[in-house]
Ligand binder design. Structure first.
Ligand code: 3HC
Length: 289
C-alpha cells in the first residue's frame, strides 16, 4: 500500500514538523488540534519554517506555497477517517494515546495505518487499544523534524509486514532515512541518548564540570552538533525527565535510568529549556543568549 493521505494528530513541536515534511513530499495532510489557538500556532510555525527553507534556497517559493496548500487544519477527528496513515504526536500520556487509538480504530477505514511518534511508550499497547494491532507501528521522528534525517520505524509483535513496509516507505518518501527498531524502551536512539543526557546532569551535580565545559567537550571532542546541555534545553527538560521517570519506575534496578535531582529541580522551577527561555542556559527565541 502506498500512503497518499496523512492525518497528523497534534500540531505542536513534533506534529507541525511531521505535517510539514509529509506535505513537502507531496502527501495530502490533515492536521488535527482540538484547540483552535494551538492549531493556528502550529500552522504559523509551518509557514515560518517553509519561509526559512525558501530563504536558504532549500525549497522554491512555489513548492513552499504548494506544500502549505496541501495542509488542512481541523478540530474534528472524523476528518481523519479516510486517511491512509494517521500519525499521533500528542502529549506523552499512555492513557490519552490509548483512548485516541481506540476511537481511531472504530472510525478509520480498515486499511488505515496507525502510527505513534511516542518516544517512550509501547507501540504494542497502543495497537491493542486500537483493536487493530496489525495496523500499528511507531514512527519516531527527531527534533527539528524538518532538518533531522532519521526516522525510527518501530515494529511491535503484531505489526504486519504490510503496515511496517508502508510506514517505512512513507518515512523514505518524506526524505528520511528509516531505521528499524524493536518495540523496546527508547527504541534505538533514546535508549542511548537519554542515559547519556542523565549522566551529563549527574556530572554537573557532582561538581566534575560545568554545563558549558561538558558541552564544549562533546562538541569539540566528539564532533556532536550540540553538547548534552544545549540538547537538553533544545528537547525540553520536562520531556527528558518524563521519559526517565517512566523508565525508572518500570526498571527500578537499572542505574542508567536513575533520575538526577538537578533535572527534577530545574523542571520544578519551570526552567524547561528553550521553550521557557531558560533551562541549563538562557535562550532568546531559538538562539542561546
Ligand atoms: N525549519 C526550517 N529551518 C530551521 C528549523 C526548522 N524547523 N530549525 C532550524 N532551522 C534553521 C535555523 O534557523 C538556522 O538558520 P540560520 O542559519 O539562518 O540561523 C538553520 O536552520 C540551522 O542551520 P545551520 O546550518 O546553522 O544548522 P546547524 O548545523 O546548526 O544544525 C541542527 C542545526 C540540525 C538543529 C543541529 O544543531 C543538530 O543536529 N542538533 C542536534 C539535534 C538533535 O540531536 N536532535 C535530536 C533530539 S532527540 C529527539 O528529538 C528525540 C525525542 O524523542 C526526545
Amino acid at each position: 500500500m502506498t500512503v497518499k493521505t496523512v492525518g497528523v494528530i497534534g500540531c505542536g513541536l513534533m506534529g507541525h514538523g511531521i505535517a510539514q515534511v509529509a506535505a513537502v513530499s507531496g502527501h495530502e495532510v490533515t492536521v488535527l488540534e482540538a484547540d483552535s489557538g494551538a492549531l493556528e500556532k502550529g500552522l504559523g510555525r509551518i509557514k515560518k519554517s517553509l519561509a526559512k527553507l525558501v530563504s536558504k534556497e532549500k525549497l522554491s517559493q512555489g513548492d513552499a506555497d504548494a506544500s502549505f496548500g496541501r495542509i488542512k487544519g481541523t478540530g474534528n477527528l472524523e476528518d481523519l477517517k479516510d486517511c491512509d496513515l494517521v500519525v499521533e504526536a500528542i502529549v506523552e500520556n499512555l492513557d490519552v494515546k490509548n483512548d485516541l487509538f481506540g476511537k481511531l480504530g472504530k472510525l478509520c477505514k480498515p486499511s488505515t495505518i496507525f502510527a505513534s511518534n511516542t518516544s517512550s511508550f509501547s507501540i504494542g499497547a497502543m495497537g491493542t487499544a486500537s483493536g487493530r494491532p496489525g495496523n500499528m507501528v511507531g514512527l519516531h521522528f527527531f527534533n527539528p523534524v524538518q532538518l533531522m534525517k532519521l526516522v525510527e520505524v518501530v515494529r511491535a509483535d503484531e505489526t504486519t509486514d504490510e503496515s511496517f513496509a508502508a510506514a517505512k516507505a512513507f518515512g523514505e518518501a518524506c526524505g528520511k532515512v528509516p531505521v528499524s527498531a524493536k518495540d523496546s524502551p527508547g527504541f534505538v536512539v533514546n535508549r542511548l541518548l537519554v542515559p547519556y543526557l542523565a549522566e551529563a546532569v549527574r556530572m554537573v551535580e557532582r561538581g566534575d564540570a560545568t554545563p558549558a565545559d561538558v558541552d564544549a567537550g562533546m562538541t569539540l571532542g566528539c564532533g556532536h552538533p550540540m553538547g548534552p546541555f544545549t540538547l537538553l534545553d533544545y528537547v525540553g527538560l520536562d520531556t527528558t525527565l518524563f521519559i526517565l521517570e517512566g523508565w525508572a519506575s518500570e526498571h527500578p534496578n537499572e542505574n542508567l535510568f536513575e533520575v538526577p535531582a538537578l533535572l527534577r529541580q530545574k523542571v520544578d522551577e519551570g526552567k524547561l529549556g528553550r521553550k521557557t527561555g531558560e533551562g541549563f542556559f538562557k535562550w532568546e527565541g531559538d538562539k542561546r543568549a
